[in-house]
Design a protein around this ligand. Structure first.
Ligand code: GLN
Length: 227
C-alpha cells in the first residue's frame, strides 16, 4: 500500500494484564485502522522493557488480577515520567480495570496490602471483598450507549472531580463503585474503564479512538518525520 502508514501501539504488559479478552480492544483498533488503509505495529512493553511513550500513536493497558497487578505496579513506576508527559500532552490511551486502577494513587487490595499506583490521576481504589461487581453493564457516553461486562472488587473514587470526568452514566451494572452510578474516567484523551468484553466491540467508542489515534499520528509524523 503506497500511502499506508504504520500506526504504533504500545500494549503495556500484554503478557500479564489481559483479563476477559481485553486484547480484543487492540485487535479491533488494528482491524479498523486496516480498513482505513493503515498497518499496525503492536509492541508488548513488559517487565524491564524500555518505553518512550511519544514513540507511539496509542497506548493500551488492560486489566489484571491482584497478583499480576502487584508485580506490574513495581515495574511500572519506571515509566511514570514518560507516561505522565504523554497523558498531559493529550495523546490517546485506554486503560481497562486493573490498568485503570494503577494510574491512580493507590489500590488497596483484599489482603490489606496497598499497591502504589503511578499517581498520574487523582483517583484511588479500595478492594471490598463483600461486593464483587460482576455482570453486564450498560451506560451512556458522549458517543452513545455502551454495552460491556465488568468483574472487579476494586471500588474507584475520583479525588478531583474538576480534573476527571466519568466516561459514562450507568444504566445497568455498577461501574466505578456501587454508590455513584458512573463508569470509567476521562482526562484529556485518556480513557479509563471497567469494561471488558472487550470495550471496543462498541464501535462508537472504537471509532472515536481511531480518530484520536490518526490525529496524533499526523502530529507525531510532522514533528519526528515518521512515515
Ligand atoms: N484485581 C482488580 C479488581 O478486582 C482488577 C480486576 C480486573 O482487572 N479484572 O478490582
Amino acid at each position: 500500500m503506497a500511502n499506508s502508514q504504520i500506526i504504533k501501539i504500545a500494549y503495556l504488559y500484554e503478557d500479564l494484564m489481559n483479563t476477559y479478552g481485553d486484547s480484543g480492544d487492540v485487535k479491533i483498533l488494528a482491524y479498523l485502522l486496516k480498513q482505513h488503509g493503515d498497518q499496525t505495529q503492536v509492541d508488548n512493553v513488559s517487565l524491564n522493557d524500555p518505553l518512550n511513550a511519544n514513540d507511539y500513536d496509542f497506548i493500551f493497558f488492560g486489566g489484571g488480577q491482584d497478583f499480576e497487578q502487584t508485580v506490574v505496579a513495581k515495574d511500572l513506576l519506571r515509566h511514570k515520567e514518560t507516561l505522565g508527559a504523554y497523558i498531559r500532552a493529550g495523546h490517546p490511551m485506554l486503560c481497562i480495570c486493573g490498568g485503570y486502577q494503577l494510574l491512580g494513587s493507590y489500590y488497596k487490595t483484599n489482603s490489606g496490602v496497598t499497591i502504589k499506583g503511578l499517581n498520574l490521576l487523582p483517583l484511588h481504589t479500595i478492594f471490598k471483598s463483600d461486593k464483587r461487581m460482576i455482570g453486564d453493564t450498560r451506560y451512556m457516553t458522549e458517543w452513545g450507549e455502551v454495552k460491556a461486562f465488568e468483574n472487579h472488587s476494586g471500588q474507584t473514587y475520583f479525588d478531583n472531580t474538576n480534573l476527571l470526568h466519568p466516561l459514562g452514566e450507568m444504566i445497568e451494572g455498577y461501574g466505578n463503585n456501587p454508590q455513584e452510578k458512573i463508569e470509567g474516567m476521562r482526562y484529556k484523551n485518556l480513557i479509563g474503564s471497567y469494561s471488558h468484553g472487550p470495550l471496543l466491540k462498541n464501535i462508537n467508542v472504537a471509532n472515536a479512538i481511531v480518530k484520536l489515534i490518526l490525529a496524533w499520528h499526523q502530529e507525531r509524523c510532522q514533528t519526528s518525520h515518521v512515515s
